[in-house]
Design a protein around this ligand. Structure first.
Ligand code: SF4
Ligand code: FES
Length: 236
C-alpha cells in the first residue's frame, strides 16, 4: 500500500492503483466519460484531470491513468484543475450541445454555455471508446474501432460496413454513455451496426431473446451445446 494525500486528506491506496481510484475511495466525485471499473483505462475523455505535486513539481494529469505513489499530493479542487475540466466540458458542449449526459455533467461542474460556440454536426458520439473496449475486453470480439482522424473521427465497424465478427450481442449499446448506438429488435431480426441477425426463440417461453450467431459463438467458445443455450435467461 502507498500513502498519498487528496485535497489535504491522507489516503491509502494499493500499489499500482491509479489516482482516480484513490480519489473516489474518499467519496470525491470527478467527472468521467470514458472510465469503467471493469475495463482497462484509456484516458480518452480528459475529464478526470487533477493537479498532482511530486518533489515540488506541480502538473495537471489524467487521474484515471496516473499511478499513485508514496507521498503524492493530489488536488481535485484547485483552481487550475477545475479550470481545465471546465474547459474540456465547454469543448464537449460545443460539439454535443444536445446530449443530455454532457449537459448534466457540465452543469455539475458549473458550465452551462460554451465559449467555443456550437458545432453544426450535433452527433452525440463523444468518442469515449467504451463500446470499443467493451467489445474487445468483455465480449472478446473486436468488432469495433476508430476510423478517420480529427473532426471526422468515428467509431464503428471497419469501413462502417456490416462486420463479419460482430455477434450482435448489444454489449456496446449498454456501455454507451450517450445512448447513440441503435439496436432494433424486430421479431425474428435484430439490427445493429448495419448488420441483421436472425434471432433465436426461447425453447421454454417462445420469445426471441438472442441472435443465433451470438449463441453459436458462445457454443464455440465454451463448448456448451447449442440446445442448452436455447433457453432465455428468465426461463433458466
Ligand atoms: S458510440 Fe457511445 S460508447 Fe462508443 S465511443 Fe461513441 S459515445 Fe462512446
Ligand atoms: S476518465 Fe480519465 S480520461 Fe476519461
Amino acid at each position: 500500500m502507498v500513502q498519498l494525500t487528496v485535497d489535504g486528506k491522507q489516503v491509502q491506496a494499493r500499489e499500482g492503483a491509479y489516482v482516480l481510484e484513490a480519489v473516489r475511495s474518499l467519496g470525491i466525485e470527478l467527472p468521467t466519460l470514458c472510465h469503467n471499473d471493469t475495463l482497462s483505462p484509456d484516458g480518452r475523455c480528459r475529464l478526470c484531470m487533477v493537479e498532482v505535486e511530486e518533489r515540488g513539481r506541480k502538473r495537471i494529469v489524467t487521474s484515471c491513468l496516473f499511478p499513485v505513489s508514496e507521498g503524492l499530493q493530489v488536488r481535485t479542487d484547485g483552481e487550475r484543475a477545475v479550470r481545465v475540466r471546465q474547459m474540456v466540458l465547454e469543448l464537449y458542449l460545443a460539439r454535443h450541445p444536445e446530449a443530455p449526459e454532457i449537459r448534466k455533467l457540465a452543469a455539475e461542474q458549473g458550465v452551462t454555455v460554451s465559449r467555443f460556440g456550437e458545432d453544426s454536426d450535433h452527433q452525440r458520439c463523444i468518442l469515449c471508446g467504451l463500446c470499443v473496449r467493451t467489445c474487445a475486453e468483455v465480449v472478446g470480439v473486436n468488432a469495433l474501432g476508430f476510423a478517420q482522424r480529427g473532426i471526422a473521427k468515428r467509431v464503428g465497424t471497419p469501413f462502417l460496413e456490416a462486420s463479419e465478427t460482430c455477434i450482435g450481442c448489444g454489449a456496446c449499446v449498454f456501455s454507451c454513455p450517450t445512448n447513440i448506438i441503435v439496436m432494433k429488435d424486430e421479431g425474428p431480426v435484430r439490427k445493429i451496426w448495419s448488420k441483421q441477425f436472425e434471432m433465436q426463440t426461447c425453447a421454454a417461453c417462445g420469445r426471441y431473446f438472442a441472435p443465433v450467431f451470438q449463441l453459436q459463438w458462445i457454443e464455440k467458445k465454451t463448448g456448451v451445446p447449442y440446445e442448452k443455450l436455447q433457453v432465455c435467461p428468465d426461463c433458466r
